[in-house]
Design a protein around this ligand. Structure first.
Ligand code: MGD
Ligand code: MGD
Ligand code: SF4
Ligand code: MO
Length: 684
């Protein structure tokens, strides 16, 4: 590879889960240029600033080159042999002394970008004998997948080309580059936009309707919209008769949820609710984009997801172009293995774990602090930064300090890596074999491409397959890791797929793996009734409301903890507004991106700022009952008064998860309440 080039090769950008197509120019075994892949259905030749920084990220001077071991509080370079033999020895002792379930695993959102890493981690976990796999699945979009599965028996997804984009806590300009490109085109063709967001996001200026809303209260608005759609006879009768179960129960249920009732909770004017409901209900090809996880990370999360699904159903916007579409599944061999035992949280949050006899392999992140050291004694973290990105950094850090062993497989010395006993240097996406596919988080697009290892390994970095294979051999289950090369894993994954490894090698830019099909037929909805379940027996069976309801955030001006917290923390807090230039905790060390976003911003409205003697650009302390952060005030009339919005992913004093609480939980799936908390703000 070393003396070739320059030549171009294709890959998928793995710097966020969208997997845009990229063309990489390579010379002498080094990447020298990256461009958006022309003709790619997501990004057609364009790259967001993160993608453009791919090479700066790849060759960043702080990138880890060698295995590290912590000795007397300092990291020292060790050989792979030393690291692997010591880690294996410690894992073996842990297994004998406490049982395999005491070893927990964490994969970050990179698990979506890096399918092989997540599935090989599941495999290692099962072979070791632990059920405890933690990941962004218990804080991000799994809840909405689950709620849609419960409602539809499948997972329908918003289409990028919609006639009406109902952006309900979703800001494509920051978080969804491919969607913002698609919207730009479709707006020119006459598509419309409605925005429901505590902040007047840029696209709201071009919207038919914009309304602010108090964070954490969207479920109340959704119920009021149902009330309008039903009482004004705006629902799709034919669709409901043919495809749904439980509409008759919904009609009396929603009578209590008038727009006037909702206004007192949400702050959304009753007449605006009516306007939104009417416009949405009278557009075929309309889609609710309810934030990839905005509506999940609050007290009413699962019920929000159910309510928004039902709105989509009432208006017949299922499997119509521009609506939510049940997309063809990608058929891949599963690299993971069946495992023993139940993941942490399975008993407490049964719907997160089990549906109609099928179980999920995910443990509940919020339960980690209370489970160390009683249930968990060691962590292997691969591609994630939980001490920054997971709820309640203060509690989680204390828990990590109590662990017997922490191993972090990373490209950089993140905050989490700094707590590790061993840090193992990871390959970059251009250096290992993988599959990039359009994971149907928010776009229905059956696209698949190969991400070949275009570059040789950086210094001593190794692939995750290599690491697990080595440990498995030492721990006595090497037979479970029989692949010789990384690409063998990819070949195995692709065996049942319509596109084989050879097909994809012949089409380096990737390909659609299936045509879209909008037809609904018997079996389209794999629920027990065979229909879309507006009334959910699955919810009722585990003691939750079978019809959508509203639960106020626990820490809010109308919530149960206001009497205790309200005086000290009078403002509503939403955490995790996305920054266009970073992805979670990643890329904050990239100089060309720092220029655009040099510090974390606490956003608030001018009256609120005045009330608390804060001016634009001031250093401020945002505080909750769990901790405080230091940010810079961004005073902007576009932000709803009485609300503070903060980003996530910043290190140290800017880390918003110092403000969050692992015990403030959504009751059905155990998610963190990240939107709709209480805080104070003051000049630092
Ligand atoms: N308060 C609050 N907190 C939040 C959110 C919020 O809204 N509010 N949002 C949450 C959401 S939705 C998510 S998904 C999480 C994200 O949480 P995480 O996934 O933990 O966040 P990242 O910082 O993206 O971590 C990815 C890490 O993987 C490393 N990495 C990248 N590529 C590779 C690779 O190929 N191999 C290896 N080994 N490592 C790699 C990066 O260096 C980085 O440190 O954050 C959550 N945190
Ligand atoms: N650049 C960049 N892109 C990313 C990420 C990133 O870190 N950086 N993270 C990726 C990940 S892991 C995920 S899960 C997605 C997240 O994607 P989303 O969850 O869709 O997040 P955003 O697009 O930031 O949209 C959040 C919007 O919701 C508003 N909001 C906050 N609280 C509430 C509320 O209670 N109700 C309503 N209606 N609105 C509210 C905020 O003002 C903001 O405009 O983004 C992904 N894309
Ligand atoms: S949106 Fe940006 S970071 Fe995400 S895959 Fe596309 S180019 Fe990469
Ligand atoms: Mo996420």
């Amino acid at each position: 590879m070393s003396n070739e080039g320059p030549y171009k090769a294709y890959s998928g950008c793995a710097l966020c889960y969208h997997s845009c197509g990229v063309e990489v120019t390579i010379e002498d075994g080094k990447a020298i240029k990256v461009e958006g892949q022309k003709g790619h259905p997501l990004n057609d030749g364009k790259l967001c600033p993160k993608g453009q920084a791919m090479i700066e990220h790849l060759y960043h001077p702080d990138r880890l080159k060698y295995p590290l071991k912590r000795v007397n509080g300092e990291f020292v370079r060790v050989s792979w042999e030393e690291a692997m033999s010591e880690i294996a020895g410690k894992l073996d002792r842990l297994r004998n002394e406490y049982g395999p379930a005491a070893l927990a695993f964490f994969c970050g959102s990179i698990g979506v970008e890096n399918l092989e890493m997540i599935s090989l981690t599941h495999r290692f976990k099962a072979a070791f004998g632990s059920p405890n796999f933690f990941s962004v699945e218990s804080i991000c979009y799994r809840m909405r997948i689950r709620a849609r599965q419960i409602t539809f028996g499948k997972y329908p997804v918003e289409e990028m080309d919609s006639k009406l984009y109902l952006l309900w806590g979703h800001n494509p300009a920051a978080s969804d580059f491919p969607l913002s490109l698609a919207m730009e085109e479709n707006l020119k063709k006459g598509s419309k936009v409605i925005v429901i967001d505590p902040r007047r996001i840029p696209i709201a200026d071009r919207a038919e309707i914009y309304t602010p809303i108090r964070p954490g209260t969207d479920g109340a608005l959704a119920l009021a919209m149902m009330n309008v759609i039903i009482n004004e006879d705006l629902y799709d009768k034919k669709f409901i008769d043919e495809w749904t179960y439980g509409f008759d129960k919904l009609v009396p249920h929603v009578q209590q949820y008038t727009p006037e009732w909702a206004e007192k909770i949400t702050g959304v004017k009753a007449d605006v609710t009516r306007k939104i409901a009417r416009m949405f209900a009278t557009t075929k090809g309309a889609s609710i984009f309810h934030g990839t996880c905005t509506q999940d990370q609050c007290a009413n999360g699962s019920q929000n997801d159910r309510a928004l699904s039902i709105l989509q159903v009432l208006t017949g916007n299922i499997n119509v172009p521009g609506g939510w579409v049940i997309s063809p599944r990608l058929r891949l061999n599963d690299v993971s293995l069946p495992f023993q035992g139940k993941p942490l949280g399975a008993d407490e949050y049964p719907l997160f774990y089990e549906l109609w006899g099928r179980t999920s392999p995910y443990a509940v992140m919020n339960m980690v602090p209370e489970s160390v050291p009683g249930k968990l004694r060691a962590f292997i973290v691969a591609g994630g930064n939980p001490l920054v990105t997971m709820p309640d950094s203060n509690a989680l850090r204390e828990a990590f300090e109590k662990l017997d062993l922490v191993v972090v497989y990373e490209q950089f010395l993140t905050e989490t890596a700094r707590y590790a006993d061993y840090v193992l240097p990871a390959l970059n996406q251009l250096e290992f074999w993988g599959l990039a596919y359009n994971y149907n988080v928010c776009h229905c697009l059956p696209y698949l491409m190969l991400r070949p290892a275009l570059l040789p390994p950086y210094y001593e970095c190794r692939s995750i397959r290599d690491v697990y294979t080595d440990l498995a051999n030492r721990l006595g289950f090497g037979d479970k890791f029989a692949w010789e090369k990384d690409e063998d894993v990819v070949k195995y994954e692709l065996q049942p797929c319509a596109l084989t490894f050879d097909d994809l090698m012949a089409k380096p830019g990737g390909a659609l793996y299936q045509e879209k099909d909008y037809t609904l037929r018997q079996g389209s909805f794999a629920t027990p009734t065979g229909k879309i379940e507006i009334y959910s027996q699955a919810f009722a069976d585990v003691g939750h409301d079978p019809l959508p309801t509203y639960l106020e955030p626990s820490k809010s001006p109308q919530g149960r903890r206001w009497a205790e917290l309200g005086e000290k923390y009078p403002l509503v807090l939403a955490t995790g507004t996305r920054d266009f230039y970073f992805n979670g905790g990643m890329l904050h060390n990239i100089k060309s991106l720092q220029v655009w976003s040099p510090y974390p911003k606490a956003e608030l409205g001018p009256q609120t700022a005045k009330k608390y003697s804060v001016a634009n650009g001031d250093d401020v302390i945002v505080e909750t009952d769990r901790g405080f952060v230091k940010m810079k005030a961004s005073v902007d009339a576009r932000v709803m008064e009485g609300v503070v919005l903060v980003p996530h992913g910043w290190p140290e004093e800017g880390n918003c998860n110092r403000l969050t609480d692992c015990n403030a939980r959504e009751p059905i799936m155990g998610y963190p309440e990240w939107k709709g908390l209480l805080c104070s703000i003051r000049k630092a």
